[in-house]
Design a protein around this ligand. Structure first.
Ligand code: ZN
Length: 97
């Protein structure tokens, strides 16, 4: 299973599900060094606007055109944003040991 490198102890100790949760503003502790870590806040902030835009834009389109297939586009972009979130947003240390 894919593991992500802890920014504090540089060991591959972060499982994929923890990295995914951190993409939604949660914090996790490293299983090796017990540091409190999170996704990079500035980049996550920018990405959060993309999530919000995605939500509002396609709900708006679906509402305006009275067509449900825009929710399909929304879902596809949501998954793409999640992939960007997990793969490219770096981790940062909130509180080291
Ligand atoms: Zn660590």
């Amino acid at each position: 299973m894919t593991k992500f490198t802890c920014p504090s102890c540089q060991q591959e100790s972060i499982p994929l599900k923890d990295k995914y949760a951190m993409g939604y503003w949660m914090t996790r502790r490293c299983s090796k060094c017990d540091s409190l870590i999170a996704n990079h806040a500035v980049l996550l902030g920018v990405l959060s606007f993309a999530y919000l835009w995605n939500l509002l834009f396609f709900i708006g389109l679906a509402q305006f055109n009275e067509s449900g297939h825009y929710f399909g586009y929304m879902l596809v972009i949501w998954v793409i944003l999640d992939i960007i979130n997990v793969k490219y947003v770096p981790l940062m240390v909130i509180r080291g040991q």
